[in-house]
Every structure is written in C-alpha cells, then in structure tokens.
Design a protein around this ligand. Structure first.
Ligand code: MG
Length: 342
C-alpha cells in the first residue's frame, strides 16, 4: 500500500528576485512523500505569485487524495487518471506526485528516473544562470555569481532604456552568451520588435515571451520579423497549448510545474521536436527536489535553465547540484531522482 504525506514549506531566497511584474524574497512550496516497501519518493510543487495555482488550493486538493487505494507505485497511469478525475486543475500538486512516484519507482528498481525513461545520460549538461531585474549594483553582484556559467539569462521588461542599460552593463563586464526573458513585459509589438532588433545587434542569443498572453495574436507578426528566436513560456503551459500555439513561436520553455510533471514534460519535448521547435528546459524558483526531477530530462533539450534552486537559502534536500555551470548528478544516490533530506 502507498503511504502518502505532504506539507507546506516556505523557500527563502538569498537576495530579492524581481521580474517584469513582481519582486519577492521567497516562494511557497509543498513537499510530498510517497512511501512503499521501505522506500520514500519525494516530490515538490512550487507556487510563484504570478501563477494562477495557489498553495492553499493545492493543499486542499492533496488532502482529498487517497493513494491507499493503489496497490503499487508502478500503477502510474491509474494514479494520474485518478488525480485528473478528482480535479482537472492543481497541476503543480500533480507534478509533485509525478516526481514522488517516479522517484519511488526508481529507488525500488535501483535505477535513475532518466534511465527508466530510456534517456541517455550526459556528463556535459550546462545550465544558464538567471539574473533578475534590479539596480546596477545588484546586476554586478549577480554577474559575479554567474562568473562560472557559460550562459546567462537576464530578465528584462518593457522599459527600453532599462533594457539597453542592463544589457550594455552586462556586456561591459562579461563575454558570456546572453539570452533575454521579458516575461510578457511589452504591450506594443512594434516596440518589442525594435527592442529585439537592437538585441540582435548586441549578439543576444534568443528572447523569451516578449508579449503577454493577452496579446498572443501579435506573435505571428513578431515571429515573422524577428531576427532572433522567440521562445514561448507563459503562453505555452502544457501539451494542449503547445499543439494550439506552436506556430506562434520558434521555441518553447517546458517546465514541470506548468505541464504536470516529468512524464508530461517528456511527452511535451518530443512533441515540440515534432513541430520543429527549439526546446528549453526551465523551472520556477524551486528547491533541489523539483530541479533534480527536471534534470532527468535535460539531455533531450537544446537549452537548459535549471537554476531555480541556486538562490534558495534554506534547502532541506540535496540532489543535482551545479559546478561551474554544469549539472552534477549525485553519485551516492543514483536511484530515482537522487534526492535526499539533508
Ligand atoms: Mg520565462
């Protein structure tokens, strides 16, 4: 019988983190645990404030689930169907259960989750380092932390002057490759294009979600004119969005919290490749549990942006870590997701 436990936890950041729309010093999360035959699988749900899903609702949802009705953690499809039957929403909670189930399966079999999904592991997977919005001294401080990474993603907004000053500041102090995430900061497609043209002159590698979901129709114009690849993030939450909106973008940012877990993200990246889209593996601000889960899929993606745990100051788990910008998979906890409580 599966034994289920879950609890809220407040992640604290080492610095204020700001993007277009909000600034904060932490993120609400939920940890879940599924135990079977002496092993425990761990999962995590993260709730950044800009997401529709809220922790309280997801806690209530989890309290309604009865996993004791399932004989084994290997009944993955039956368990996921049951969760969908109880509610069509609560995607982060489902992502957490997906992680815990796969972690548990991997631990019971003595293999990694990536192995179970027939994904060939790679010792050379590099993540970008994300720099939030802030004053020049903040950007410079973050640049120091990013020194060992080969790729930086910088958060910008709809303020052209801020954006230009920030990119020039970064490029004066670093020659690392640079990507830009607008988080839907622009409300005018012509201004967004002007900005993207300027970023292309500055040899920026790509841009992410320049326009908000409400102005999605304008992506047809932007995609046609933009010299840089445009990745959709907020616009493409799950596989359904991917099927409906893939023609609006050059690439997609896939995140476990948006789509509902490792298996859903796996299906999404394969579908994105079918659509000839570039692929990025992203994350929310989250701890090592969710980052280690996403990392299992990393070899399948063109770009990896799994740095959400690097700003967390109060981790109670450890798993995949980052050394010189490279993902390092734990050697002594190879099974499942490789996460352990500290
Ligand atoms: Mg993004």
């Amino acid at each position: 019988m599966l034994i289920f436990n879950f609890y809220p936890y407040d992640l604290k950041f080492s610095e204020v983190f700001a993007v277009a729309g909000n600034a904060r010093t932490g993120t609400d999360i939920i940890y879940v645990e599924l135990a079977y035959d002496g092993k425990i699988g761990y999962g995590e749900a993260s709730f950044p404030p800009y997401m529709k899903e809220k922790r309280e609702d997801n806690l209530l949802y989890l309290s309604q689930l009865d996993f004791s009705r399932f004989e084994s953690p290997f009944l993955y499809k039956e368990i996921y169907d049951y969760m969908d039957h109880v509610s069509p929403m609560h995607t982060p909670a489902k992502a957490a259960i997906d992680m815990a189930l796969l972690d548990l399966q991997g631990k019971l079999k003595g293999v990694s989750v990536g192995n179970m999904l027939a994904i060939e592991s790679s010792p050379n997977i590099y993540t970008s380092f994300t720099i939030g919005i802030g004053e020049a001294d903040f950007i410079l401080r973050q640049l120091k932390r990013a020194a060992d990474f080969s790729f930086i993603k910088v958060k910008l907004n709809g303020d052209i002057l801020y954006n230009k000053n920030t990119v020039e500041l970064i490029q004066r102090h670093s020659n690392q490759a640079l990507g830009v995430d607008f988080n839907g900061g622009f409300t005018d497609k012509e201004l967004a294009l002007e900005m993207i043209d300027w970023l292309a002159e500055k040899k920026v590698a790509y841009v992410e979600q320049p326009l908000p979901i409400s102005l999605e129709n304008n992506y047809i114009f932007l995609k046609e004119k933009s010299p840089l690849d445009i990745y959709g993030d907020e616009s493409i939450q799950n596989e359904k969005d991917l099927i409906e909106k893939h023609h609006l973008f050059d690439g997609v940012n896939v995140k476990l919290m948006k789509c509902g877990g490792v298996k859903k993200a796996h299906e999404m990246v394969l579908k994105a490749k079918d659509f000839q889209l570039k692929t990025m593996l992203g994350c929310m601000a989250e701890s090592s549990v969710a980052i280690s889960a996403a990392a299992q899929l990393a070899p399948l993606f063109d770009r990896v942006d799994l740095d959400g745990n690097l700003m967390v100051a109060n981790e109670i788990f450890k798993g995949v870590s980052v050394e010189n910008g490279r993902l390092v998979f734990p050697t002594n906890h190879k099974m499942g997701l490789g996460t352990v409580k500290i």
